[in-house]
Design a protein around this ligand. Structure first.
Ligand code: A3D
Length: 318
C-alpha cells in the first residue's frame, strides 16, 4: 500500500511542528509549501535529517510550487499571519482572507479529493472562505480550534484536580474567540461530570469559573508570553489528531469547526461543534441538547462568527 501524502500549506511555526509530528507518528510523506523561499525546503531537510534518529521513513519535501501538493490525502492550512500582542484574531481578516483564496485555488487544482483542515485565524470565517475558494464539498473541509480549546480546558482541569490529563474529557464549542463555550456539563473526569465533581468537593465552582475564563483567553495568554507570535505546539498536535482520525478511519468524536446546515439553528456557517471524523471526512455532526444558558452562550458565540463572515462578504472574499 502506498504511503499517504500530507500537504502542509504554510511552513511557519505550526507548519514545521506539523511536519515533525507527521513524521514521528508515521502518517505518511510530507510536502511543506510556503511562499517564503528556502523556509519550507530548510525545514523539510532538517526534519528529514531527524528521521534516521527517530526511525521514520517518510519523505519530506519543501516547495514554493503548488504542483508539488498534487494528490495529497490531507491538507493542513496554516498560511497567513498570526497575532501579535494587542491584536485580536479578527484583526487578521483582510490579509488572511486573501491568502485563503490563493490556497483554495491551489487545492482545487491539485488535490480536490483531499481532506482539508484549516487552522488560519480568524478560524471560523477563514475555513468558510477556504471551502468556497477550493470548491471542495463542505464535509471535506473543516477547521481546527475545538480540539485545542478543549485540550487547554483539559490541561487546566487536570492540573487543578491533580489527575491524569488522559482521564479528563471536555468539550469547548462555538466560535474560536473570546466567546467560545466550554460546556462544563459535558466535561468529565473518568466519566464523572464537572458539576458532580464540584458537589464531591474535587473542585470549587469558583475555580471552574476561573478555568473557563482562562480557557477562553488561552490563546492570548500565550501570545502575551511569546510576544512574537502565537501558540504552535498544541495547535499542531490538535490538527494532527484530526488528520489521524481521517487517515486511519478512527471515527473519533472531536470538536471541530464544521459546516452547519440548520444544526444548532445555524445555516451556511462554520462553527465549532462535536463531529465524527472518519474516512469520509466529517461523517456526522453531533447535536447536543443545550440548557437555556448554554444555548444563549452558543448563540452569542455564533453572532461573533457571523460578524466576521459579514466582514469577509464586505471585502468581497465570500
Ligand atoms: P507563522 O509562523 O507566521 O506561519 C505562517 C506561514 O504562512 C509563514 O511561513 C508565511 O510565510 C506563510 N504564508 C503567508 N502567506 C502565505 C501564502 N499566501 N501562501 C502560503 N504561505 C503563506 O504562523 P503560525 O504558524 O504561528 O500560525 C499560522 C496561523 O494559524 C495564523 O493565522 C494563526 O493565527 C493561526 N492559529 C490558529 C489557531 C487555532 O486554534 C485556530 C491556533 C494558533 C494559531
Amino acid at each position: 500500500m502506498a504511503r499517504k501524502k500530507i500537504a502542509l500549506i504554510g511552513a511557519g511555526q505550526i507548519g514545521g511542528t506539523l511536519a515533525l509530528l507527521s513524521g514521528l507518528k508515521h502518517l505518511g510523506d510530507v510536502v511543506l509549501f510556503d511562499i517564503a523561499e528556502g523556509i519550507p525546503q530548510g525545514k523539510a531537510l532538517d526534519i528529514a535529517e531527524a528521521a534516521p534518529v527517530e526511525g521514520f521513513d517518510a519523505k519530506l519535501a519543501g516547495t514554493n510550487d503548488y504542483k508539488d501538493i498534487a494528490g495529497a490525502d490531507v491538507v493542513i492550512v496554516t498560511a497567513g499571519v498570526p497575532r501579535k500582542p494587542g491584536m485580536s484574531r479578527d484583526d487578521l481578516v483582510e490579509t488572511n482572507a486573501k491568502v485563503m483564496h490563493q490556497v483554495g485555488e491551489g487545492i482545487k487544482q491539485y488535490c480536490p479529493d483531499a481532506f482539508v483542515i484549516c487552522i488560519t485565524n480568524p478560524l471560523d470565517a477563514m475555513v468558510l472562505v477556504l471551502q468556497q475558494a477550493s470548491g471542495l464539498p463542505p464535509h471535506k473541509v473543516c477547521g481546527m480550534a475545538g480540539v485545542l480549546d478543549s485540550a487547554r480546558f483539559r490541561h487546566f482541569l487536570a492540573e487543578e484536580m491533580n489527575v491524569s490529563v488522559k482521564d479528563v474529557n471536555a468539550f469547548v464549542l462555538g466560535g474560536h474567540g473570546d466567546t467560545m463555550v466550554p460546556v462544563t456539563r459535558y466535561s468529565t473526569v473518568a466519566g464523572i461530570p464537572l458539576p458532580d465533581l464540584v458537589e464531591m468537593g474535587w473542585i470549587t465552582q469558583e475555580r471552574v469559573d476561573a478555568i473557563v475564563e482562562r480557557t477562553r483567553k488561552g490563546g492570548g495568554e500565550i501570545v502575551g508570553l511569546l510576544k512574537t507570535g502565537s501558540a504552535f505546539y498544541a495547535p499542531a498536535s490538535s490538527a494532527i489528531s484530526m488528520a489521524e482520525s481521517y487517515l486511519l478511519d478512527r471515527k473519533r468524536v472531536l470538536p471541530a469547526a464544521a459546516h452547519l446546515t440548520g444544526q444548532y439553528g445555524v445555516n451556511d456557517m462554520y462553527v465549532g461543534v462535536p463531529v465524527v471524523i472518519g474516512e469520509n471526512g466529517i461523517e456526522r455532526i453531533v447535536e447536543l441538547k443545550f440548557t437555556d444558558d448554554e444555548q444563549q452562550m452558543f448563540n452569542h458565540s455564533v453572532d461573533a462568527v457571523r460578524e466576521l463572515v459579514d466582514a469577509c462578504k464586505k471585502l468581497g472574499a465570500l
